[in-house]
Design a protein around this ligand. Structure first.
Ligand code: HAM
Length: 431
C-alpha cells in the first residue's frame, strides 16, 4: 500500500532541502546583523492561547488535538502568541528593548493553493518595549535588508504600509462604533483578495447603513496620506496617526529603503491583535499572495496577563518567497552544491579496508570524505569523485607497501606521492 504525503505538506528531497536551508540561513544572517537574537517555543500550545487574540480566521484554521489527560492543544499556526507568553514569563529579567527572531515551522488548515500550504516556515522579527515608530521602521528595514540580500529590488517587491489606529479613528468619524471595528477589519482585509461585488456584499452584511458604507468605500479608495483629509474630517487621533505614518516614511527614506515602501490604506491585516502601523509585502508583477506581513501589537502582552508593553514585528513565509525567487531566477543560481574535501579511492580490493579506515580518520579530523561502496575499478571511482565535485582524491595502491599514498588535486589534475603518516599529520595541522 502506497501512502501519499498529507495534503498541503511538502517532502524536502536534498535539492529542496538545500533551497530551504539557503532561504532560512539568509533569514538568520540578516536577523543577526540587524541585532536580533534567536528564540523558539514548542510546536504545540494550549488551544486557548490562539483563541485569545489571533482572530476567528486563524482559529478556524487550527490543527487541534487532545492529549491523554483530555487537555485541548493546538499545533502553532503562528509564533506571536508564544512570544507574548514567553516574554511575559520572564518580563522582569529581560533587558529591553527585546529584539528577537525565530524561524518556526507552522501549520494552518488552509485550503492549499499557490503560496499557501498547511505546513510552512515563517521568519519572525519582533521588537518589544519600544513605543516609537522607529522600531516599526527598523523591522521594515530588516525585511528589506533580506529582500535585497537575495537580489530582490524595489522593481520586484513593495511594502504596503498603513495604520490601524488611523483607520479606527477615520471609521469612527464615519459613524462606525468602536465595538464594530474588529469584525469590520476582517471584511476590509478581504477587499483586495475577493471580487468587488463579493466585497460589497460582505460590507453590506457588516454595515447596514448605506451612507456609512459609501463613506467607507470612498475612504478605501484614497491613494495618498494627503488625500485623507479631503475624504473625511480628521479627528485629533486620526491626525496623530497620519503624522506617525509621515514620520515612518521619513525614517525609511533615511534608511535608504523608501523605494520599497508605499502607503496603502487597504492594508488592515487579518489577525486581530494589531493596534497601530501595519504593513504587508507584495511582489509588484506576479499578483502572488502576500510574501509577509506585520505591524504593531501594543496590547497583546497585556491580554496574555502581562504588563502593557508595546511591541511590533513581522512574519515572512517561505512559500510565496520561494515562488518569487524562482520566477526571478534568484533561487537556483545562488545554490552551490557541497564540495567534499576528499574521496578515498583504491587500486585493488586488498586496500578496501584501508580506504574505509582512512576515510573514517579524515572524517574524525573534521574533513568531509567519501569512499566507494562497491570496490569498483579505479577509473570508475575517479569518475564518482568528479561527479561528487570533491577537492582531492587520495589513492591507495601498491605504493602503500612503502606507507605512501597518491594525492590527486581534482581541479588541477596534479598528482603527488606523500607519506601516509605525514599526510595525516598535515591534515591535523590544516584543520
Ligand atoms: P500572517 O500575515 O498570518 O502574520 O503571516 C505572515 C506570512 O506568513 C504571510 O504573509 C505568508 O507569507 C506566510 N503564511 C501565512 N499563512 C501561510 C500558509 N498557510 N502557507 C504558507 N505561508 C503562509 C503572522 O503570522 C503574524 N504572527 C506575523 C507577526 C509577527 N506579526 C507580528 N510579529
Amino acid at each position: 500500500m502506497k501512502i501519499p504525503p498529507v495534503k498541503g505538506t511538502r517532502d524536502f528531497y536534498p535539492p529542496d532541502m538545500a533551497r530551504r536551508n539557503w532561504i532560512i540561513d539568509g533569514w538568520k544572517k540578516v536577523s543577526v546583523r540587524n541585532g536580533f537574537e534567536e528564540y523558539d517555543g514548542p510546536i504545540f500550545e494550549y488551544l486557548k492561547m490562539f483563541q485569545i487574540k489571533s482572530g476567528d480566521e486563524i482559529v478556524e484554521q487550527l490543527f487541534s488535538l487532545k492529549d491523554r489527560g483530555g487537555r485541548e492543544l493546538a499545533i502553532r499556526p503562528e509564533i506571536t502568541p508564544t512570544l507574548a507568553r514567553m516574554v511575559n514569563q520572564q518580563i522582569n529579567s529581560l533587558a529591553r528593548p527585546i529584539k528577537w527572531f525565530s524561524v518556526p515551522r507552522l501549520c494552518r488548515a488552509e485550503r492549499p493553493q499557490k503560496g499557501r500550504l498547511r505546513e510552512f516556515f515563517q521568519w519572525n522579527i519582533d521588537i518589544i518595549g519600544v513605543d516609537d515608530v522607529l522600531a516599526d521602521a527598523e523591522v521594515i528595514f530588516t525585511a528589506c535588508d533580506y529582500l535585497q540580500e537575495v537580489g530582490l529590488t524595489p522593481d520586484d517587491v513593495m511594502v504596503k504600509i498603513s495604520s490601524r489606529e488611523m483607520l479606527a479613528a477615520l471609521l469612527q468619524t464615519a459613524g462606525i462604533a468602536k465595538s464594530e471595528l474588529e469584525p469590520l477589519y476582517t471584511v476590509l482585509d478581504k477587499r483586495s483578495k475577493v471580487a468587488a461585488e463579493a466585497f460589497e456584499e460582505m460590507l453590506a452584511e457588516q454595515v447596514g447603513d448605506k451612507d456609512k458604507r459609501d463613506k467607507i468605500i470612498d475612504l478605501m479608495a484614497v491613494e495618498s496620506l494627503e488625500q485623507i483629509g479631503d475624504c473625511l474630517q480628521l479627528s485629533e487621533k486620526a491626525e496623530e496617526s497620519v503624522d506617525e505614518l509621515k514620520r515612518l516614511f521619513e525614517l525609511v527614506e533615511i534608511m535608504g529603503i523608501a523605494d520599497f515602501c508605499v502607503f496603502d490604506i487597504g492594508i488592515v491585516r487579518g489577525l486581530a491583535y494589531y493596534t497601530g502601523i501595519v504593513y504587508e509585502i507584495y511582489d509588484r508583477e506576479s499578483g502572488l499572495r502576500a510574501i509577509g506581513g506585520g505591524g504593531r501589537y501594543d496590547d497583546l502582552l497585556k491580554q496574555f496577563g502581562g504588563p502593557a508593553i508595546p511591541a511590533t514585528g513581522f512574519g515572512i513565509g517561505d512559500c510565496v518567497l520561494a515562488i518569487l525567487l524562482e520566477e526571478k531566477g534568484l533561487l537556483d543560481k545562488q545554490l552551490s552544491s557541497p564540495q567534499p574535501d576528499y574521496f578515498v579511492a583504491f587500486t585493488d580490493k586488498q586496500f578496501f579496508q584501508k580506504a574505509i579506515e582512512l576515510t573514517a580518520k579524515l572524517r574524525t579530523k573534521g574533513f568531509a570524505a567519501n569512499f566507494d561502496y562497491k570496490s569498483a575499478n579505479l577509473s570508475k571511482q575517479l569518475k564518482q569523485a568528479s561527479a561528487q565535485n570533491v577537492k582531492k582524491c587520495v589513492i591507495i595502491g601498491s605504493e602503500f607497501e612503502n606507507n605512501e599514498l597518491v594525492i590527486k588535486d581534482m581541479t588541477t589534475g596534479k598528482q603527488e606521492l606523500v607519506d601516509y603518516d605525514e599526510f595525516l599529520a598535515q591534515c591535523i595541522e590544516l584543520k
